[in-house]
Write a protein that binds this ligand. Structure first.
Ligand SMILES: Nc1ncnc2c1ncn2[C@@H]1O[C@H](COP(=O)(O)OP(=O)(O)OP(=O)(O)O)[C@@H](O)[C@H]1O
Ligand SMILES: [Mg+2]
Length: 222
């Protein structure tokens, strides 16, 4: 059964004059890394927001492991099942890098010392050293903030990861490292990971590629 399934999903912003998504039907399986590509403004971030349960579709339905998302506790879904890495990071500005990564674990009841230890491991895995772990986001570079956001998404333990341009601010070495982490989690730990990207080299190493053009989704590769 698909981890996440979209059936004929359409969306229009309240102040919009056109459908930003139209008739989107697709499914995402555990154990796979997916890419979503498409021009700027085509609807990629909107699609991820619906999949993250941050907004509801105007038409159509989403299913989590066969269950209509409408019937689920969405707060719980967002806390436990899905983690989103935002295009603009959205780190908490008054928390240090380490505290940002601890936060989802604290919400899920992990004891603080245990959360800190795991946060340090996750941050080290994306090359954020102990000095940087103590800094506030405003004292980190864009690429460093992006890597903290990735570590934070991984800390929640959610098995569905939605990443909006996660390598957009990273050099090749760090970008490759992040994609390697995603591939490992998908293929060895059965995560379901969806990466929005403009980088065709990343799309190339994904298991399946969807393209969105003007809100319409097509499959590029299976
Ligand atoms: N809050 C909003 N209100 C009205 N229209 C919006 C809003 N947010 C986005 N849009 C419009 O919806 C369309 C899709 O936006 P979206 O952010 O999903 O694009 P995207 O594919 O992620 O683009 P990019 O690659 O630039 O991030 C765009 O035309 C955008 O202008
Ligand atoms: Mg976007």
């Amino acid at each position: 059964m698909s981890e996440l399934k979209l059936e004929n999903v359409g969306y229009r912003f309240a102040n919009g004059d056109r459908d930003v998504l139209q008739g989107v039907t697709c499914s995402f399986e555990p154990g796979n890394l997916y890419a979503v590509v498409g021009p700027s403004g085509s609807g990629k971030t909107t699609l991820l927001s619906l999949m993250a349960g941050l907004d509801k579709p105007g038409t159509g339905k989403l299913f989590l492991a066969g269950e209509d998302l409408d019937t689920l506790d969405l707060d719980r879904y967002r806390r436990e099942r899905v983690a989103m890495i935002f295009q603009a990071f959205q780190l908490f500005p008054l928390l240090t890098a380490l505290e940002n990564v601890c936060y989802p674990m604290e919400l899920n009841g992990v004891p603080l010392e245990q959360a800190k230890e795991r946060a340090r491991e996750l941050l080290a895995a994306v090359d954020i050293n102990e000095d940087k772990q103590k800094r506030y986001p405003s004292h980190l570079s864009g690429g460093e903030q992006q890597r903290v956001a990735i570590a934070r998404a991984l800390s929640s333990g959610a098995r569905i990861l939605l990443a909006d341009e996660p390598t957009g601010n990273l050099d090749t070495v760090n970008g490759d490292r992040v994609i390697e982490i995603f591939r490992h989690l998908a293929h060895n730990e059965n995560y379901c990971i969806v990466v929005v990207t403009h980088d065709l080299a990343i799309a190339d190493v994904c298991d399946r590629v969807y393209r969105i053009t003007d809100g319409v989704l097509t499959t590029l590769s299976a």
